[in-house]
Design a protein around this ligand. Sequence first.
Ligand code: SME
Length: 161
Amino acid sequence: MSIVQSGEVKKELEQAAEAAKSPEALMSKVVEVLHARMLKYNWVGFYMLEKEAGSPPMLVLGAFEGAMTPHTRIPLHQGICGAAASQGKTVVVDDVSSDPRYLACSLETKSEIVVPIFVRGKVVGELDIDSHFLAAFKHDDRELVEFCAALVGKYLETSQT
Ligand code: SME
């Protein structure tokens, strides 16, 4: 990925955040732009944390681009998604076939990145991206995906006050 490309995508999404009428609209735009512009990002989606009294917290599929996944609800102790949300840390997996935590979404997926979204220091969801290429998520990709997750976190923070 070139720095120019990543810079353009960031600028486009910053403008989208200013124009978005709701967090859902912003998240739809983020998945649309990342999926369309970043050619190795073959599945792009948000999972948002659902906390309901009496039930264990759950990651629930939100806006996404790519093939439908069987994993629409993921508990925090499962998958790479569960690991990123429960640790509050970005997880990058260069080869999903060698990670026992991996929950298969598509047979074509080779690598994955999951970045948590924070609102006032607490995890509220995450941005998950799968690639059909091994080790697709390099330093610049991680920076871009973390930028997108932070953009949504900031939007949620201001829209909830
Ligand atoms: N691979 C994820 C599950 C979600 S799908 O990739 C869309 C995981 O291991 O948590």
